[in-house]
Write a protein that binds this ligand. Sequence first.
Ligand code: AMP
Length: 280
Amino acid sequence: MEIIKNARELQTKTLKLRAEGKSIALVPTMGYFHRGHLSLMQEARGRADVLICSLFVNPTQFGPNEDLESYPHDLERDAALAEEKGVDILFAPNPADMYYDNHSTWVAVPELTKNLCGASRPVHFRGVATVVTKLFMLSQACVAVFGQKDWQQLAMIKRMVRDLDIPIEIVAHPIVREESGLALSSRNVYLKEDELQQAPMIRKGLLRLKEQADSGIRDCQVLKNNLIEFYNSELPLGTVEYIELVHPEDMNELETIDDHALCAVAIKMISARLIDNIFV
Ligand code: AMP
């Protein structure tokens, strides 16, 4: 496996690979790999000749009071894990390799990012859309794999690729979880023991909501109220930031479930903000 830090060097290499007729798959990440990241790599490995994994803690998607400075990192460990998963190129640039001092161009998909995580993280999705576009250009990938854990991000990227005619296939990968049901996240390392004990209730509540919907409760307000009550009693260390039932593609909030819905939640634990979702 080759580690490339410079953006120009990566693009020179990938343009050459494409000219030779090679297909390229991309897995964009912020590193500190867990089994979720590794299963994205595994999924991508079978889809192209060359597998690139990017590892970049993108400053433009963090708000001023977020964890940019403290985001966990361990390049050596990540590189060993990526190599084991068959990654050919690990692209690990510094912010200065990715952004010019006077960077002035932004990609945004406001329609899909005004609610859910976009409501509390106003610059987040613009930063993600911009860096993912840059990564698509630099990697010359024909296919990219994203996790359903960040469903709103995935919906935004699919829409962006469609609207901008970017020649890339977007593959969605299911959420990888702990045995307890807790969705894997690099930020789980922030959680203290008592928070870790309670955090699986996030998933339990979502499963309960799905059961209620399957048994015929279609009124979203009723479903949301039941879930808030469940979290208030079973997850006292967490504060609900949002619980929403939305259309799985356009992210519009629903009043009743007529066909399918996505229930997405963000819970502020004491030491980390956790997100999860379930398809209903
Ligand atoms: P991150 O490093 O957190 O930015 O995540 C990089 C990619 O991994 C994104 O496409 C995420 O959606 C995906 N991902 C993160 N956690 C999980 C998980 N538990 N299961 C599946 N995919 C995940």
